[in-house]
Design a protein around this ligand. Structure first.
Ligand code: BES
Ligand code: ZN
Length: 633
């Protein structure tokens, strides 16, 4: 069993967390020989730490592979070693403790494992529709919100009550995002300490036994352990918020992966990668076929010119090439390469058990956020935005869709409701206070509400049938106005709007009283032609016709040929002259009173129609006008 414990110190090291000295789990008072793995560059440092207690004792590596050495080392020297690792290598911890030589050798072997391990999957970029369908769903503001929610806990320490509450919060947040999907499950992974890891599973449709893991750690740490103030906004609320936003996009687009996707919020990373070690051990013993692991630990602090840094140690070279291709194709960010120099996050737990991992990181190692593991690790350090984390969210979506494959589903069927305005009647004239009403129906649910958009710009929402709104028409000018209704059903889907146009006609103020002259004249009257000519005259004003007088000038050499008709806006007609006057010239009228059209709505387009019904003589419509006075309510 690989304990992978980084020993935390009762004294604090700048930039490193120190556990509460009163916490028995964090300050194991151990001595006796243990096996450790440590960077080969730090063997001299381990020798120096040993020299403090046993000067002259020579330390010889038991095994070496690549850049990693296995040492037989006394637990009594861990304290001195941690301090020296920090002082000389700027590493917090920087070595791993193993219970047996076999565990240490396993860790060592996996350092070289990817060179000999057969490729679990072929890394192809052939699923752009799925990636590009989800990318627009990602929203930086929601990442900000999640970082704020997580950093609002006093700490997320693995043994504190806050650490339990924050674990529940992640469980509840993921559960509610996934609530619309019956295939997605969210579970708690219980450990030997209080804080639980959280695992969300989207089962694969065609390759369910191949598992893709997107993870980050949920815990935070700062000096003071369980009672510390450890907002951990960057380390690693940013990673959990990034993963949570990837989840939202996958659910929003009803993504159905071919391979199984698991999102993991590991407990107790900060005290020795313990949550991920327990899970990876469990998965290994169950023979679960994990084809890829990506770790998001610190995504929202842009410490370097390049955007995304791929850690080379404890990761898989082939998958790192694939991740680089994903970034170039879908993220549009610049990529750097660096190394932690030790198993710095949960990817190492998977790597040490032979699984292919990647660790895309927020900065170069030398430029990482200096506020982590302190009470100053707040989002304000990153400008209170999630612009940098968005690049990692895009990468997360691309990784999910190109490694797990699969496609976007259609959203579960729901027919929107229908609505129809029933009052006022289209084309009617209305005045005073009126009732606007509508009927609505929903074929596969219930109508929740009908919203009325009224001519004065106000809206009224009615939630009970019969649906109606009252409207005071004096709030708007007289004339044509639109009354619109939109229904919403029980799922929140909206109907197509229904609208009618009615004329508002209120009294007072300006009742029509004026002379309206036709324009666009003269017009030649075609000889012996039943169609004739039509001249239009727009009239504006309130009221119905009280008095109407027509003035008209037609020159013609035989007025007995002509039929002249006046047409009101409603279509009502009055024949002004019907081939009367014999061989006389011209029709000239001055304020000729017409009573036949009294009571007609004055406003609208009036027409004068002139037909020449016999051959030989011709002429023109030169001018015409209407003098109208109105009656108003
Ligand atoms: N997020 C850090 C690791 C990190 C810090 C990576 C800075 C790169 C730059 C992580 O949460 C952490 O603190 N890890 C421990 C690992 C240990 C407990 C095995 C560490 O670095 O001390
Ligand atoms: Zn971290």
């Amino acid at each position: 069993m690989n304990r992978s414990i980084k020993f935390l110190l009762a004294v604090s090291l700048a930039g490193c967390a120190a556990a509460d000295p009163g916490d028995p789990i964090d300050t194991p008072e151990e001595e006796g020989m243990r096996w450790i793995t440590i960077g080969a560059d730090a063997i001299n440092t381990a020798q120096m730490a040993l020299d403090e207690r046993l000067p002259g004792r020579v330390l010889t590596p038991v095994r070496m592979a690549g850049n990693v050495a296995v040492l037989s080392y006394d637990a009594a020297d861990f304290h001195a070693l941690s301090e020296l690792m920090h002082a000389r290598h700027n590493r917090c911890g920087g070595f791993m403790v193993h219970d047996s030589l076999k565990d240490a050798e396993d860790a060592l072997r996996s350092a070289e494992a990817e060179a000999i391990a057969p490729l679990a999957v072929s890394y192809t970029l052939d699923n752009p529709a799925t990636v590009n369908g989800m990318l627009p769903e990602l929203q930086a503001t929601r990442i900000v919100q999640m970082i704020n929610d997580l950093s609002a806990f006093q700490n997320r320490y693995y043994t504190s009550s806050f650490g339990t509450q924050s674990s529940d919060f992640i469980f509840n947040t993921w559960s509610s995002i996934a609530a619309s999907r019956t295939d997605i499950t969210v579970e708690r992974f219980t450990h030997t300490w209080a804080q639980k890891s959280v695992i969300l599973t989207i089962p694969g449709t065609s390759l369910p036994n191949e598992v893709v893991i997107i993870g980050g750690h949920q815990d935070s740490i700062a000096s003071g352990g369980a009672t510390s103030i450890a907002p951990g906004a960057d380390d690693d609320a940013s990673g959990i918020a990034t993963i949570t936003e990837v989840l939202r996009a996958m659910v929003a687009k009803n993504f159905r992966p071919a391979r199984t996707i698991k999102l993991m919020a590991y407990a107790a990373e900060e005290v020795g990668l313990r949550g991920s070690a327990a899970i990876a051990t469990s998965y290994q013993s169950q023979g679960i076929n994990v084809v890829g692991v990506v770790q998001f630990d610190m995504t929202n602090y842009k410490g370097s010119t390049k955007d995304i840094w791929l850690m080379q140690d404890y990761t898989n070279a082939a998958q790192n090439t694939f991740v680089t291709n994903l970034i170039n194709t879908y993220v549009g960010a610049t990529v750097g390469v660096d190394s932690c120099g030790y198993g710095c996050s949960d990817h190492a737990s998977w790597h040490n058990r032979g699984y292919p991992t990647s660790m895309p990181f927020e900065s170069a190692m030398s430029q990482y956020n200096p506020n982590i593991h302190t009470s100053r690790d707040r989002i304000s350090v990153s400008g209170s935005n999630a612009d940098h984390a968005m690049k990692f969210a895009r990468l997360g979506v691309a990784y999910a869709a190109e490694l797990a494959k699969g496609s976007l589903g259609t959203t579960p069927g729901n027919n929107p409701p229908t609505v129809s305005v029933t009052a006022p009647t289209a084309g009617s004239t209305v005045s005073g206070t009126i009732t606007v009403s509508a009927t609505a129906a929903d074929s596969d649910g219930t109508v929740a509400s009908v919203r009325f958009d009224l001519p004065d710009g106000s809206t009224v929402t009615d939630t009970t049938a019969p649906y109606s709104a009252t409207f005071n028409t004096t709030l708007v000018a007289n004339g044509a106005h639109v009354f619109r209704a939109t229904a919403m059903d029980n799922t929140g889907a909206s109907s197509a709007p229904s609208s009618v146009t009615a004329t508002v006609q209120n009294g007072g103020g300006t009742c029509i009283d004026g002379i309206f002259n036709a324009t666009g004249l003269p017009i030649a009257i075609p000889d012996n032609n039943v169609t004739g000519i039509v001249s239009t005259l727009p009239v504006v004003g309130n009221g119905t016709v009280a008095t109407l007088a027509l003035s008209l000038n037609i020159n013609h050499t035989w007025r007995g040929d002509l039929v002249v008709t006046l047409v009101a806006p409603s279509g009502a007609q009055y024949i002004v002259s019907n081939r009367s006057g014999g061989s006389a010239d011209n029709i000239i009228l001055t304020n000729s009173v017409i009573t036949a059209l009294n009571g007609q709505t004055a406003a609208g387009t009036w027409q004068l129609k002139v037909q020449d019904r016999a051959s030989a003589d011709i002429g023109n419509l030169n001018s015409w006008s209407l003098k109208i006075t109105g009656t108003c309510p």
